[in-house]
Structure formats: C-alpha cells, structure tokens
Design a binder for this molecule. Structure first.
Ligand code: NAP
Ligand code: GDD
Length: 363
C-alpha cells in the first residue's frame, strides 16, 4: 500500500490568484516527502487528451505513465517517438486485475481516466462494448484504487473524464453542474454511469475523486472520425487537389467547441484542490457545424463551402444532441481556469496544421 500523503492546510483558490503557481505549491506540499517526482497514470494516453495531458504533466515535473491496451498496440511506437518520457504500462479498462497490477506497479499519486470508447456514433452499434469500457471501466478503476490505495486516507487522486454528452436532450441552456442529465446515446448513458460512480465513491469511501464535465474540445491531435477533424483534413485535401467532396450528416448540430490544450489544464487543476468536486469545462459559446465549415473553407482560401459539401444519410445518428453550451463559472471561480483559444483561432489552427500535414504526405 502506498504511504499516506502529508496533510497540510491549503489556501482557498480565487480567480485573482496565480492559480497555476498555487496549484503547483499544493502538489509539492502533498508529495515532496514521498517521491522526488509526483507520478501520474493516464488511461487513454494514445488519444487526443492523453497526449496533451502527458505533455502538460511532464512540463510540470511529473513522471508520466500511460496505460496501453492490446498485445502489440501500433500506437505505442508513435507515442514514444513524440513523448519519449512516457512510461508504458499494460492494462485494459475491461480487465480489473490488469488495473490492479498497473496501480501496484506505478503507485500513482494521480490517475486520469481518459480511456473510453469515445465516438458517439459507434456507441449505437457497439453499445455493449461501450458500456463495458466507458461505463464499467470507471467502476473497475475506482475499485482498483480502493484495493491498492487502501480503505483509509487513500492517497490516490482520481480524475474521471465525464462529458457534455450526458446532457443530451438538454434541460436548460446553458448547462452547468446542476443541470439534469438526459443522455441520447449509449456513450452518453455509459458516461452518466461513470460520473455517478465517481460521485458515489467520493461520498461513500472518501476518495479524492473528481469529474470534469468537459464540452467538446478539439485540435490538431483530434481523431479523424470526429466532425471537426474530418472537416479540417478534408479542407486541406480539397485545397491540395487530393479530394473533391466532403460528405457530412446533421449540419444543424451546435457544439461548444474549445481547444484540448486548454482543457487538460482544468483536469490537473481539479486534482490540485483540497476538496474533490465536479466541474463543467466549456467556452460558453455554441456554434453550428456550418460556422465551422465557413471558417475552415475561408481559411484555406477556398471560398463558399456549399460548393464542396454534401449530405450523406449514413452520418446521421438514431438520436441527436442538438444544442450544447456550457457554463464554466464554477471552474473559473474555484480553479481559476479559463480558456485561451477562441473558436476562430481553433478552426485556423486545425486547418493550417492539416494543410502542412497533407502537403508533406503528398510528397
Ligand atoms: P480518444 O482520442 O478517442 O481516446 C480514447 C482513448 O481510450 C485511446 O487512448 C484508446 O486507446 C483508449 N481506450 C479505448 N478502449 C480502451 C480500453 N478498453 N482500455 C483502456 N483504454 C482504452 O478520446 P479523447 O478525445 O482524447 O477523450 C478523452 C476522454 O475524454 C474520453 O473518455 C472521452 O470520452 C472524454 N471526453 C472527450 C471530449 C472531447 O471533446 N474530446 C469531451 C468530453 C469527454 P487505443 O488508442 O489503444 O484504442
Ligand atoms: N463525426 C461526425 N461525422 N459527426 C458529424 C458528421 C460527420 O460526418 N456530420 C455531422 N456530424 C455531427 C454529429 O451528428 C454531432 O451532432 C456533431 O457533428 C459532433 O459530432 P462529433 O464530432 O462526432 O462529436 P460528438 O459531439 O458526438 O462527441 C464528442 O464530444 C463529446 C462531448 O460532448 C466526442 O469527443 C465525445 O467523446 C465527447 O464526450
């Protein structure tokens, strides 16, 4: 079992403080007598957020461990090429004993549970798998924390990647921490399960377990299956003459899109608080997919997007989430978190990145 953390009083956070400095001081208070470097275990390290978080925690002086599934996961090599400081540990969110073994090996101070089947569309056709990984996976990790960290004064801090998809058919606009959930996909249902389990383990066993209810966040590391990356890469390929058309589904959907690099800072800040809690992380703005299209095509100098974009019914979902917009006031006040990248800058960042990338691939 891991040694107990040193318990020292922490100052209350306010938005006017130099929050990152204070949070770093708290972290040193908690860990300095135990390890030369704090240890973080990230599940989902090969995903968009896992990569941003690994980079961020490394810069903060952490030893970064990443849980990797599979017997020869092809993502290990590119991961270690870009992040050579990451230490890989084998495990799968569907296998409880592998999580226990990973925690025993790493002895983490902090666990960021980002691993999931995260693509909403696929969750309709693979609902059982999604429930197992994205839902039950959270319960397995919480149980592994109890087992390895101990019943009393468990020293492991836990972050759960909850989602705005839990709001689904939204009950109010904007959505905050108290807004009722009405998920519209098996993915959303699984996330609600994971979210409530996290709250329940915090309340039942006193775990330092927090949930970030993150609204959509994007960037150049976004998977190609998600609409923003599909658009930015297609725009680049159309510009370079490698593609003619872009086919999409429901273009009337609105999302509160932020930049992933900003959002992983919020995850870390949550685990530096004395008291665990749940926080909405969002920009407070919502944009239709057509607005993303307009900015993306303009950025590449292609003009009117209508000339290139068509509709394909295969991309429509059995049920939709039409209007997400988050109220991050609590995170701004308590954590001192604020987003730095606005919507037009995000679109431009993604399109410019994909123009460079596709040009290199074309050579
Ligand atoms: P992502 O790019 O799809 O990454 C998902 C990660 O989960 C991958 O590393 C994947 O590993 C891993 N994974 C899948 N099945 C697993 C299993 N059985 N055991 C262990 N790991 C497994 O997702 P993301 O965009 O970075 O999002 C990170 C987390 O935040 C997810 O939980 C997502 O649901 C949640 N979230 C994301 C957003 C957003 O807008 N990005 C918003 C709210 C919440 P492989 O690569 O090996 O398959
Ligand atoms: N992927 C995709 N592809 N989406 C499309 C397309 C298309 O061709 N055409 C229209 N859309 C619409 C979807 O129907 C949805 O309303 C919206 O674009 C956004 O879809 P995604 O980019 O796939 O993201 P998401 O909002 O469903 O889910 C993402 O954000 C959630 C947070 O709200 C994922 O990252 C989830 O893991 C995350 O929890």
């Amino acid at each position: 079992m891991q040694a107990e953390r040193t318990q020292k009083p922490c100052r209350t956070h306010t938005a006017s403080d130099d929050d990152y400095f204070i949070a770093a001081c708290h972290l040193i208070e908690r860990t300095s007598s135990l390890y030369p470097m704090p240890r973080a275990l990230i599940t989902g390290i090969t995903g968009q957020d896992g990569q941003h978080l690994a980079e961020f925690l490394h810069e903060k002086g952490y030893e970064v461990f990443g849980l990797i599934k599979g017997q020869n996961n092809p993502k290990i090599e590119p991961l270690l090429a870009e992040f050579p400081y990451v230490r890989v540990v084998s495990g799968d969110l569907t296998d409880f004993s592998s999580l226990v073994a990973a925690l025993r090996t790493v002895q983490p101070d902090e666990i960021y549970n980002l691993g999931a089947i995260s693509f909403v569309a696929i969750s309709f056709t693979q609902a059982e798998l999604t429930s197992n990984v994205t839902g039950l996976g959270v319960l397995r990790m919480l149980e592994a924390i109890r087992l390895v960290g101990g019943e009393k004064s468990n020293p492991i801090r836990f972050y759960q990647a909850s989602s705005s998809e839990m709001y689904g058919k939204v009950r109010e606009i904007p959505q905050n921490e108290l807004t009722a959930f009405h998920p519209r996909s098996p993915y959303g249902v699984a996330k609600v399960f994971g979210h409530h389990m996290t709250v329940n383990y915090r309340e039942s066993y006193g775990l330092h377990a927090s949930s970030g209810i993150l609204f959509n966040h994007e960037g150049p590391r976004r998977g190609y299956e998600f609409v923003t990356r599909k658009i930015s890469s297609s725009v680049a390929r159309i510009k370079l003459g490698m593609q003619d058309k872009l086919l999409l589904g429901n273009m009337a959907a609105k999302r509160d899109w932020g930049y992933a690099g900003d959002y992983v800072k919020a995850m870390w800040l949550m685990l530096q608080q004395e008291v665990p809690d749940d926080y909405v992380i969002a920009t407070g703005e919502t944009h239709e997919i057509t607005e993303f299209l307009q900015l993306a095509f303009e950025c590449a100098g292609l003009g009117d997007w209508h000339k290139y974009v068509g509709v394909d019914k295969q991309y429509f979902r059995p049920a939709e989430v039409d209007l997400l917009v988050g109220d991050a006031t609590k995170a701004e006040k308590t954590l001192g978190w604020k987003r730095e990248v606005d919507f037009p800058s995000l679109v431009e960042m993604m399109v410019r990145h994909d123009l460079d990338l596709e040009a290199k691939r074309a050579k």
